[in-house]
Design a protein around this ligand. Sequence first.
Ligand SMILES: NC(=O)c1ccc[n+]([C@@H]2O[C@H](COP(=O)([O-])OP(=O)(O)OC[C@H]3O[C@@H](n4cnc5c(N)ncnc54)[C@H](O)[C@@H]3O)[C@@H](O)[C@H]2O)c1
Length: 372
Amino acid sequence: MRIGCPKEIKNHEYRVGLTPESAAELVAHGHDVVVEHGAGLGIGAEDADYTAVGATLAAVEDVFATADIIVKVKEPQAVERARLRKGQTLYTYLHLAPDAPQTVDLMASGAICIAYETVTSPFGGLPLLKPMSQVAGRMAAQAGAHTLEKAQGGRGVLLGGVPGVAPAKVIVIGGGVVGRNATAMAVGMGADVTILDRSNEALESIDTQFGGTVKTLYSSKSALATAIATADLVIGAVLIPGAAAPKLVTREMLKTMQQGAVLVDVAIDQGGCFETSKATTHADPIYVEEGIVHYCVANMPGAVARTSTYALNNATLPHLLKLADMGVKEALLSDPHLLEGLNVAHGKVTCEPVAQFQGLDYLPAHEAALAL
Ligand SMILES: NC(=O)c1ccc[n+]([C@@H]2O[C@H](COP(=O)([O-])OP(=O)(O)OC[C@H]3O[C@@H](n4cnc5c(N)ncnc54)[C@H](O)[C@@H]3O)[C@@H](O)[C@H]2O)c1
């Protein structure tokens, strides 16, 4: 098979679909790999790193025109969608539900579109989404610590304190992948961390994971209100799958907080869990509302493109090898978890929640795969 990897063109996106190491694995399996000139520069991978492992370089038009499978990171932009061909496979993040124009274009393209974010695992969870939640969680503690500095508008509090001065109080709302990774970093920096969750199972396993180094609280309205009133840093990391994030911290509640306290809303990509959150970018990540500094960057992993790309490739490469080695149809039919990633085929939506959300006809993924 011929695997094509174009350069990402979304604003401030530096990740790349294939690392040179992943390209080498595909070549070792007997596949042709074609990479757009300069595709890896954002992660410090030179064109020569790809050619050294047997990949070839080409202009973007040729990558799209000749590849059987296109591997990317972000959803295809309009100009990329126009380049997709009937029967070609696209393997990338899509996030189709709220994106009608992209859905229409992908249906019109006739391409077979597999979305990272809906591939499942026999062990539960969303394994191709998880690495980015790990990155964002770890960054949340780092971003929060930086934003707490006085020059950034924060309270001027050091996360770990020093001997004789108490550490910062960090409240993490949501003890899933993001929340636990944020907690691990904050605890490592010496902060005083409390995690709130609505799942008793999650609270129990956090207690086991972190022992006595963190406090856990059931996430009731009053527990949250009491906790944030004395917090230096609040990290929002809740997720209700398939739904917009609940607004757990209202504007009124901000008035009870300490001036210069920091909110990091990692859940901003699902609308955010603070009423006053609005998406920001790495170029201009923070703003102040009611004296509280907000950090609401929607694509946090993009800032650490190299780490994020390698973490993403660790998760995406095994499925890509399967698609290339077995052929797309056989690979999808042999693996129900990969099949759940199929979002568009034969000009129809094959992911039920996306079809429902957009009021479109739904073609079951299994039927679609059988007809490939
Ligand atoms: N901004 C970014 O760059 C970025 C990157 C990765 C992930 N995210 C987002 O971070 C969020 C969290 O992702 P995750 O992978 O950790 O999800 P997850 O499913 O692993 O964890 C979410 C947790 O939230 C808990 N929860 C739900 N409602 C709650 C409530 N009312 N109070 C307290 N806890 C509650 C759930 O029980 C669960 O433990 C998602 O919105 C995800 O899209 C953002």
